[in-house]
Design a protein around this ligand. Structure first.
Ligand SMILES: [Ca+2]
Length: 603
């Protein structure tokens, strides 16, 4: 009987719409929800979450009630910064502990207050395969005036560098260090000089995938305790791209240690997306006029042609022709490249596409499918953000470049194939979905975990630990991401939905960003206070039904996004809606978020 009660309370809107209810545009806003505004804590509608009906309080017929976590309390650095050099922890060597005076460090032009920077390394060892010295290098930045919280910063790319521990989580946002978090950053267990050959070392693979996080976390919390006299009240994990992957892997593996997760444009299926990138390069290569520059397959003039055709079919589906396609589902049905883009009768001249170009485009947007008919990754939404240079960089250059897609030969394939790095373009163009892709799923006596195992969340649909302890996760993903498909993230959410019957909206919410490229950029509103909104959910029970995001047009104080069209208000705002809802225009100023409402898509 539990599921019935469950469905009739928490997810009535979904059930009604799925059953063809009387109104298929039911706002998914329940008691205890807030429309989170730029500026964060308490900046939303402000309804109290606790004790509301069916959102964060009230009777829940799930497997266990979801507890409400208490808010963190502030503190201050008790001991001198330099004394932290004597910190002792298992397999840990502190290298430096140095006071950083106020204003020495700035992020996006904003000065950071006085803090203590501690650097060190864990698990120093020599790799048994390659004889290389390995360790997990890290830095922690501990603000003098502490907000009681700890943030584990997940870094991007293939790691190998200790990025400055500012806790940046996206474009133009207030960073965690500025907010008073103690922030940890690491190289995930290998150095930049070891990229990408660290993939020869079995333990370095695991550290990059997940194990470094597990090793670092208790050390970081112990260092916080020594610095402030108590451990963190609340602990968070955040990052974009591969850092978003770290975040989602941590949500599955280490939810006992963290209260909040913010995953931006997450590569949580990174080996699978690499398959899509390598195979995609092959599709573009069939129509490139210069294999040394795959962008010749689909240069910006032709991408603009397609983007305009997408806009013609899809822009107004959300009620307003504003250069943004909010209704990504409707657009998959409404747009047909064969019908909607002129076919070239002669040579390509920027006003048409050849049949071969259209085929390449359709193949890429469908996603890779092997000879047995098995889809190896997700498909992609049609979004005009494909015009952006960032999209082109991921699609045409990183897919064949030495530091991105082809490094899969060493860090994902079992056994690793370092010889393939000699010609990364050749590797990409000869990569076989039938022969090479399975190597990412393979193990051996030496490499006992497959890339799929160490890189992706185990049992991804199982977030029981996160749920049951009151932790929350916010995921943000752009529609025009050139490397990780937001439809893959949507599939993850759908899998959660099948396990939790809608209850997942109480602990995980996903926000799609029309037009946004990878992590940021694109013709989009890509600036939002993600971390503040997450804190508000975790510690005050205010679940965000939408997030107000702003464009970073001309004059934006924390950096200008050159992809923002000149026809937009430079500070255009939009609600990012909790999946599966999308933003519909309801009337009023077309440049303002308040003119939109989050509703179920009509398709
Ligand atoms: Ca629109």
């Amino acid at each position: 009987m539990k599921p019935r009660k469950y469905l009739m309370t928490a997810v009535a809107a979904f059930v009604l719409s799925a059953c063809g209810g009387v109104n298929n545009r039911i706002p998914f806003v329940g008691a205890g929800e807030s429309t989170a505004a730029q500026g964060g804590l308490g900046g939303g509608a402000g309804q109290a979450g606790q004790g509301g009906q069916g959102e964060t309080g009230g009777e829940i017929a799930g497997p266990a009630p979801i507890p409400q976590l208490a808010a963190a309390q502030s503190g201050s650095l008790g001991s001198s910064c330099e004394s932290l050099a004597s910190f002792i922890f298992d397999k840990t060597k502190i290298v430096t502990a140095t006071t950083v005076s106020a204003g020495t460090l700035t992020v996006a032009g904003i000065p950071i207050e006085e803090h203590c920077r501690v650097t060190g390394k864990m698990n120093e060892r020599v790799g048994p395969v390659d004889g290389q010295p390995y360790s997990i290098q890290f830095e922690m930045r501990l603000p003098k005036n502490w907000n009681g919280r700890f943030l584990h910063q997940g870094n991007g790319g293939i790691d190998g560098s200790v990025a400055t521990a500012t806790g940046d989580t996206g474009a133009g946002q207030t960073n965690a260090l500025k907010l008073g978090f103690a922030v940890l950053s690491s190289d995930a267990g290998h150095s930049a000089a070891q990229n990408p050959l660290f993939g020869m070392d079995p333990q370095a693979r695991l550290d990059y995938g997940y194990a470094a996080v597990g090793t670092l976390t208790p050390m970081a919390k112990a260092l916080v305790k020594l610095a402030y006299g108590r451990g963190p009240d609340r602990s968070y994990f955040a990052g974009g791209s591969n850092g978003g992957r770290h975040t989602m892997v941590a949500a599955a593996r280490y939810a006992a240690e963290y209260d909040g997760f913010l995953a931006v444009s997450p590569g949580f299926n990174l080996p699978k997306s690499s398959i899509a990138q390598l195979w995609g390069a092959q599709q573009w290569a069939t129509v490139a006029t210069d294999l040394a520059d795959l962008e010749t397959a689909f240069p910006v003039a032709e991408r603009r042609l397609v983007a305009d055709a997408i806009l013609a079919r899809c822009d107004a589906l959300d009620g307003l022709a504003d250069g943004m396609v909010n209704d990504y589902q409707g657009c998959r049905k409404a747009f047909d490249i064969q019908r909607d883009v002129p076919s070239c009768r002669g040579a390509r001249d920027g006003t048409c596409l050849t049949d071969a170009q259209k085929s390449a485009f359709s193949n890429v947007y469908r996603g890779p499918i092997n000879s047995a008919g098995v889809a190896l990754y997700a498909n992609w939404p049609f979004d005009p953000g494909m015009v952006a240079s960032g999209w082109a960089g991921w699609t045409f250059r990183n897919s064949v470049g030495a530091n991105r897609g082809p490094v899969s030969a060493v860090i994902f394939a079992t056994p690793p194939e370092p010889a393939k790095l000699a010609d990364t373009l050749a590797y990409a163009l000869t990569f076989s979905l039938d022969v090479d892709a399975p190597k990412f799923y393979a193990t051996s006596g030496l490499y006992t975990e497959s890339a799929i195992s160490y890189m992706t969340p185990p049992n991804p649909e199982n977030l029981d630990m996160l749920r049951n302890r009151g932790a929350k996760m916010i995921i943000v993903h752009g529609e025009a991401d050139g490397v990780f498909s937001p439809n893959d993230t949507a599939a993850y959410m759908d899998a959660l939905g099948r396990r939790y019957f809608g209850d997942e909206s109480k602990f995980v919410r996903f926000f799609r960003v029309p037009g946004m490229g990878h992590v940021s950029g694109g013709p989009a509103t890509d600036q939002y206070a993600g971390l503040n909104i997450l804190i508000d959910w975790v510690e005050a029970g205010r679940a965000p039904s939408s997030i107000v995001a702003q464009a970073r047009g001309a004059g934006n104080p924390s950096g200008v996004n050159a992809d923002v069209p000149a026809t937009w208000a430079p500070n255009r705002s939009r609600p990012l809606c909790a999946y599966p809802l999308i933003a519909f225009y309801k009337g009023g100023d077309p440049e303002r978020a308040a003119s939109f409402a989050c509703e179920k898509a009509s398709n």
